[in-house]
Design a protein around this ligand. Structure first.
Ligand code: JB3
Length: 209
């Protein structure tokens, strides 16, 4: 399994929004080089992210890429649109990682994030600023553990799950694929796939359209 920040080649960021600026900051703090920043929005072209001028997404294939986009579904779609791409993991130097964490590719570990013993992180996962992934947690592909969220011991987070900022998931629970845990929620029971829970204790609500 790739280890974090394991490449010295310049990284091409896909996306030029707020999350791209987070990824660029963590990369530069980790001594990685941002070679290009690509965005699909013409209005972004010419802006500067991580000291690099944003250029159009020309579907280049010869680079080391990182999906610097917050939307879990967009990261999933773009990962599948570039099946042969080389994906870089970016880990901020102020993150703390147990030495037996298992990483897939294209992961972002933010400032002050903590990932404990035996945890497994899937493809293009975001463990954002100050988030905590405790021992033996499994975080599925394209999931996002938002700033300050806490996965306590042995929590199973499915594919594409949004674990909202400052939320807490109690030990051993499962969060089903593409579920949404609202910011500040305290989850005391497992969450069904595709549902949205909010509040303390967390309860199911119909998702905002
Ligand atoms: O809450 C926090 C800490 N961060 C949020 C993050 C997780 O998600 C942040 O506040 C935002 O809510 C969001 O950040 P993101 O994804 O940078 O937001 P946005 O401004 O929507 O930027 C996404 C960028 O991706 C846009 O500029 C899109 O044009 C671009 N994009 C979308 N599809 C694409 C594509 N760029 C390329 N190159 N290719 C695409 O297919």
């Amino acid at each position: 399994m790739p280890t974090p920040s394991d490449e010295s080649r310049p990284i091409t960021l896909i996306g030029a929004g707020g999350h791209a600026r987070v990824a660029a900051t963590c990369a530069r703090r980790a001594g990685l080089v941002i070679g290009a920043v690509l965005d699909a929005d013409p209005d972004r072209i010419g802006q500067v992210v991580g000291g690099v001028e944003v250029t159009a997404d020309d579907q280049r294939g010869d680079s080391l890429f990182h999906l610097a986009i917050g939307s879990n579904r967009t990261r999933r779609d773009l990962a599948f649109a570039r099946p042969g791409a080389d994906w870089a993991t970016i880990t901020d130097p102020d993150a703390s990682l147990a030495d037996d964490v298992i990483f897939d590719v294209g992961i972002l570990i933010g400032m002050g994030a903590r990932v404990q013993a035996g945890a497994r992180l899937g493809r293009h996962v975001i463990v954002n600023t100050g988030a905590i992934v405790e021992h033996d947690c499994v975080v599925g592909d394209f999931a996002h553990v938002a700033p300050g969220a806490v996965l306590t011991g042995a929590v199973q987070v499915g594919e594409g799950v949004m674990v909202g900022a400052g939320s807490v998931i109690l030990p051993g629970l499962s969060i089903g694929d593409w579920a949404v845990v609202g910011a500040g929620a305290v989850v005391t029971r497992s969450v069904e796939a595709g549902t949205t829970v909010v509040g303390n204790p967390a309860h199911r609500v119909e998702p905002r359209r």
